[in-house]
Design a protein around this ligand. Structure first.
Ligand SMILES: C[S@@+](CC[C@H](N)C(=O)[O-])C[C@H]1O[C@@H](n2cnc3c(N)ncnc32)[C@H](O)[C@@H]1O
Length: 372
């Protein structure tokens, strides 16, 4: 059954909602047909028998060349990018027509539970200035937007359409997945007093922690001011107390050993290997003894399991402006944890199914480590 986005007052009102629905359908149909095209072409090049990993590695450059030079696949890449651009443009148009109301709603939530701290002179890591990730116009940081919430609104509604509902009605499936499938299963006794969500964006996955741990102080940090203004207003509208601060997750201003639980959701695939390493090290510094770090990300991006999935991931890099998807080999995450100071037997990678409420969601990888 199709998942519908929960329409809190900060979701832009589309002039033609049926157009958005049609675009989601187009995108879904296109993705399915693109997968079929890839499978067919891969079958023609490699044959129909599954190859051992070493043989696949050996033949990968030739396969890649065959796929890249296939005219039908080239046309499909153009369509892929065009659909994505259309999607963002549709949400941008809805925001433009509804901007006054959106800014007024955000303004009405300036006071309330939790807090918002912006840092005008924050040094932005250069890797986040190089691309508008997943072709989102203006990117997460949008220098054009001085004091509004447009980037937050664009991300909130755009990512729902882009994900075709995989992230659930509140786009919070990643956070709920960590709570329900990692914390409740393997750390049932955990009673965190302070929780930090790194790269929290619009706060989608931060709010489930405030709901699950009402006694805890919950913090969310991100680089983008508009995202955080939006996140703070949205959290208040949804009746949650969260502290949002504009900070670099790779070098925060928080003190040593100041959190019991540090999480991130769909952040790792959007930063390069060196930043992933710094993120693990910063999490280790910030955790109290016995504190827990969990980074959740898409298995489709970090551990593609078939040649078609790998080709899709590798071409997302340039077709969909996702420059860092393939920047760490699978085994590297354990070494980041080790270098950060986590004991080898305290680090594990869990494969998790998508949240049950978000039918068709891609599977997740959770990178978990407990500090000694
Ligand atoms: C794909 S979004 C994920 C947002 C959110 N975690 C969610 O689940 O919806 C990645 C976010 O990470 C933020 N980000 C990237 N590098 C960062 C850094 N070094 N410090 C803080 N935030 C960062 C981006 O600004 C963006 O909002």
């Amino acid at each position: 059954m199709a998942v519908r986005q929960y329409r809190h007052p900060l979701i832009p009102r589309a002039r033609a909602p049926e157009h958005e629905q049609a675009l989601m359908e187009t995108s879904k149909t296109f993705r399915a047909s693109f997968q079929q095209l890839l499978q067919r072409r891969i079958g023609e090049v490699l044959g129909d028998v599954a190859l051992p990993a070493s043989e696949l590695r050996r033949r990968w450059p030739e396969l890649r060349r065959q796929l890249d030079t296939c005219p039908r696949i080239q046309a499909a890449h153009q369509r892929r990018a065009a659909i994505q651009d259309q999607l963002w443009a549709t949400v941008k148009a809805a925001i433009a027509g509804d901007r006054q109301r959106l800014e007024a709603v955000a303004h009405s939530q300036r006071r309330g539970p939790g807090s918002l701290q912006l840092t005008a002179d924050l040094v932005i890591p250069s890797h986040q200035l190089k691309a508008d990730i997943h072709r989102m116009p203006g990117g997460y940081l949008n220098a054009q937007e001085e004091d509004g919430v447009v980037t937050g609104a664009l991300y909130d509604h755009g990512v729902f359409l882009y994900g075709q509902g995989w992230f659930g009605p509140l786009n919070d499936a990643p956070g709920r997945t960590v709570i329900e499938q990692v914390l409740a299963c393997d750390h049932a006794g955990l009673r965190p007093r302070r929780i930090l969500d790194l790269g929290c964006g619009a706060g989608h996955s931060t709010l489930p922690y405030a709901a699950a741990f009402p006694e805890a102080e919950v913090w969310g940090i991100d680089l983008g001011a508009s995202l955080l203004r939006y996140a703070s207003a949205r959290a208040r509208l949804l009746d949650h107390a969260v502290h949002f601060v504009q900070q670099d997750a790779e070098r925060t201003g928080f003190g040593d050993r100041s959190f019991d639980l540090i999480v991130s959701h769909i952040l790792l695939h959007e930063i390069p290997a060196a930043a992933r390493r710094r993120l693990f090290a910063e999490a280790h510094r910030l955790l109290r003894p016995q504190g827990l770090m969990v980074h959740l990300d898409s298995a489709r991006f970090l551990r593609p399991s078939t040649p078609a999935a790998r080709y899709f991931r590798d071409t997302e890099v340039w077709v969909n402006s996702e420059p860092y998807l393939a920047s760490s080999p699978d085994h590297a995450f354990a070494s980041y944890a080790l270098e950060a100071g986590f004991a080898p037997d305290r680090f594990q990678v869990q494969e998790l199914p998508g949240h049950t409420g978000a039918g068709g969601s891609p599977h997740w990888l959770a990178f978990c480590a407990r500090k000694c």
